[in-house]
Design a protein around this ligand. Structure first.
Ligand code: ACO
Length: 324
């Protein structure tokens, strides 16, 4: 029996119009453009309008990806969204999108795995396509992190941004998505978290507030070590030598983390897709947006070998080796 793989047939992204520069942030918190560039690599980020939600951005990215794939909304039969900033608790963002796209009757859900959300979503959709249970999947990473950012906290306010990226996955006799690797370790829950949901209510005397809290320096160290582990695992699972990847498409959290991962892979920075200077850290949206940027500007071409990776709150992490 011929093995079925999933392959990416189209990509898309959607960013809010409003751009917030480092210089503007200097007026909001005690920081400098120089510090932000030197410590993170970020220069600007997009911020959602007051009436713009995660589903709005997801819809924009999804429509672009479907257009690129030449697929009509009515042909989609699986929809998964990586997000930690859903519009509402339920319906999930996938269901909200079904309604907007005028489709339904198939599985639609969101995956909550912070910055690894898109890789988790991609991995799930890949299994459904490869198992013959879905024919055309929309896989999205979408976030409005500005809604859970404390704009008085300089250690997080300079980092995050909003956006959405999407891909359409279809079956193929050739890979495609070659392998995906996922991991998580909840013991690190206190290094990076958002303290409120629906079950754990905010207490009146609570000083933390409904925002992202991050012990950046400690997260940094675990991120570097974990990403080294996941790229090593991906390479050895596929018998790949250092230097055999055409493009590294990393989660865009910090330029220094990305440089260390590239070094581990024996890759020059010319072979790394960087968007964090323009997008900041958009959590689950960062990897699919970076992929879309590189596809549309012609760097990533059909047949290229891509390594996607991400690390985020949880901690969660993941990678995907893809023959584009
Ligand atoms: N402007 C100026 N100074 C600042 C700022 C700022 N915005 N933020 C912190 N500082 C200061 C600190 O107060 C500290 O000052 P001190 O030395 O006087 O105490 C100094 O800069 C160094 O602070 P660190 O936190 O050690 O700075 P670091 O070099 O580690 O950079 C950063 C911080 C950018 C957050 C980095 O640690 C990082 O990127 N961490 C990893 C983030 C990540 O990968 N997160 C996972 C994904 S996110 C998700 O899942 C939602």
């Amino acid at each position: 029996m011929t093995q079925i793989f999933s392959r990416i047939s189209g990509t898309g992204r959607c960013l809010p119009e409003r751009i917030l520069t480092n210089r503007e942030l200097e007026k909001i918190v005690d920081t400098t453009d120089e510090w932000i560039r030197a410590r993170t690599g970020i220069e600007r980020r997009h911020i959602a309008a007051d009436d713009q939600t995660t589903a709005d951005l997801a819809e924009g990215a999804a429509r672009q990806a479907m257009e690129a794939a030449g697929v009509a909304p009515s042909e989609i039969d699986f929809l998964v969204v990586g997000t930690t900033t859903p519009d509402v608790v339920f319906p999930n963002v996938g269901c909200l999108l079904q309604e907007r796209l005028g489709i339904g009757g198939f599985a639609a859900f969101s995956v909550e795995a912070a910055c690894s959300g898109f890789i988790y979503a991609l991995s799930i959709a890949d299994r459904f396509i490869a198992g013959g249970q879905a024919k055309r999947a929309l896989v999205i990473g979408a976030e409005t992190l500005s809604r859970i950012t404390d704009w008085t906290d300089r250690s997080t306010a300079v980092i995050f941004g909003d956006g959405a990226g999407a891909v359409v996955l279809e079956p193929s006799t050739e890979a495609g998505i070659i392998s995906t690797h996922l991991g998580a370790d909840g013991h690190y829950k206190d290094l990076l978290y958002h303290p409120y949901g629906t079950s754990r209510r905010q207490q009146p005397d609570d000083v933390e507030g409904p925002f992202i809290h991050m012990k950046g320096n400690e997260v940094f160290k675990v991120a570097v070590k974990t990403l080294e582990g996941i790229v090593d695992e991906t390479m050895s699972a596929n018998d790949l030598e250092r230097g055999s990847i055409d493009w590294l498409i990393p989660h865009q959290a910090n330029l220094r983390i990305i440089q260390l991962t590239a070094k581990r892979l024996g890759m020059s920075m010319e072979k790394v897709i960087l968007t964090l200077q323009d997008h900041g850290n958009t959590s689950a949206a960062s990897v699919p947006m970076a992929l879309d940027v590189a596809v549309r500007d012609g760097r990533v071409r059909r047949g290229d070998l891509l390594l996607l990776e991400a690390f985020g709150g949880g901690f969660t992490w993941g990678s995907a080796l893809i023959r584009y």
